[in-house]
Design a protein around this ligand. Structure first.
Ligand code: PLP
Length: 395
């Protein structure tokens, strides 16, 4: 294909109408740059929605993938595979959770976590508990159960939702205390709500949720799909708060662009799964595992968590300066590491489009929040170019 118009026209005819796409067809990408069919360069501040955390087409990840294609790509989980073990050991070394279940996406990782919570309660604790409690503005995926835990707007037309889910106000500990009962199996929380508008959880609330879960025998589940893997400034965003969830879910950046997810849990919670009770054909296959091993090695070697923390702090300061220079335009600048949100006081579609026209790719969420999820390898020069373009637009 050789033009945007051709890709668009053929896509619109053959693809299901699920995504309303940006007016951009990406033909190739390298590092923090995207290139369209006319050869125009864009600074990528979205990294495939927090996926290509090492930048596009990272050569070492590419080499690991190529080498693995000549060795072993897939045999299924009926067999032991060394790549899967290397990866599980590396992941387990990053937190207090020592058991890993591999899958292929974020929603599947959350499904595994929800299933683990129910099965742990029903089989290990002999409790008739099934309910999963989540919080307003959360996003946990698009499968039926993760939809049931999520926002009502994504449930439209898919009703009825599976039973056993309940949503409470974000930050309302008293409501949680009242809602938890003998039926509650787990509470699921995003430490920084991503799709919900880059909202870091209130530390007191987060610690209160964990304490309440422990006290009432409910599993504390954390969704690290967007915030995890060094983006927050630590391996996992819950570590910023000193939390120790019973289980957490991972996906997105895990294999820097190959589909992969994982659920990690403590030895205690892991008792909820027995042989044969849960599974997936592709999960933890050789190819994705080899790529992910390389990703974790690079994140550690290049100290990408520290880098995300420092660059993110700088960016928040810089965006707050813009807010001061453009009174009444920016409601709030929020962030943790390289999860950055600039909430406008008005719908942001025009600002978003103007920035795209200037060559900056980012996302607009909740109608008013400019969301930046750049590669952890982005330079301060690229972030400054974006800041200047935003300033020009708003001031
Ligand atoms: C916090 C969070 N959880 C779950 C998901 C779902 O992940 P996936 O789209 O890989 O199923 C996402 C995706 O954006 C997410 O941001």
């Amino acid at each position: 294909m050789d033009s945007f118009d051709e890709v668009k026209e053929r896509s619109d005819k053959v693809l299901c109408r699920t995504y309303s796409r940006y007016p951009l067809a990406v033909q190739s990408a390298k590092g923090c740059r995207l290139y369209d069919f006319a050869g125009r360069e864009y600074i990528d501040l979205l990294s495939g929605i927090a996926v290509t955390a090492l930048g596009h087409c990272h050569p070492e990840v590419g080499q690991a993938i190529c080498a693995q294609t000549a060795k072993l790509m897939h045999v299924s989980n009926l067999f032991y595979q060394e790549e899967q073990v290397y990866l599980a050991e590396k992941l387990a070394a990053t937190s207090h959770c020592s058991r890993v279940f591999f899958c292929n996406s974020g929603a599947e990782a959350n499904e595994a976590m929800i299933k683990l919570a129910r099965r742990y309660q029903q089989k290990v604790k002999q409790r008739d508990a099934y309910e999963i409690i989540s919080f307003a503005h959360c996003f946990h995926g698009r499968t039926m159960s993760t939809l049931a835990a999520g926002q009502a707007k994504y449930q439209d037309g898919f009703l009825p939702m599976p039973p056993g889910y309940r949503q409470l106000e974000w930050g309302d500990l008293a409501a949680l205390e009242a809602a938890v009962g003998p039926q509650t199996a787990g509470v699921i929380l995003e430490v920084v709500q991503g799709e919900g508008g880059i909202r870091p959880v209130d530390p007191e609330f987060a610690r209160g949720v964990q304490e309440l879960c422990r006290r009432r025998g409910v599993l504390f589940l954390v969704d690290e799909i967007q915030a995890g893997l060094c983006r927050s400034g630590k391996w996992w965003a819950f570590q910023q708060y000193g939390l120790t969830p019973d289980a957490f879910s991972v996906a997105k950046a895990l294999a820097n662009g190959l589909p992969m997810g994982a659920m990690l849990c403590t030895e205690e919670a892991a008792q909820g799964f027995d042989y044969g009770c849960h599974g997936t054909t592709f999960g933890g296959g050789g190819l994705a595992s080899a790529a992910a091993c390389t990703v974790l090695e690079i994140m550690e070697r290049d100290k990408l968590a520290e880098r995300a923390e420092a660059l993110g702090a700088w960016a928040v300061e810089r965006f707050r300066q813009i807010a001061d220079k453009a009174p009444g335009k920016i409601k709030e600048v929020r962030g943790m590491g390289l999860l950055l949100g600039i909430e406008l006081t008005f719908p942001g579609k025009e600002v978003w489009q103007a920035l795209l026209d200037k060559g900056f790719v980012l996302n607009l969420t909740q109608d008013t929040v400019l969301r930046l999820l750049p590669a952890l390898t982005i330079t301060s020069e690229d972030l400054e170019s974006f800041a200047m373009a935003l300033e020009e637009n708003l001031c």
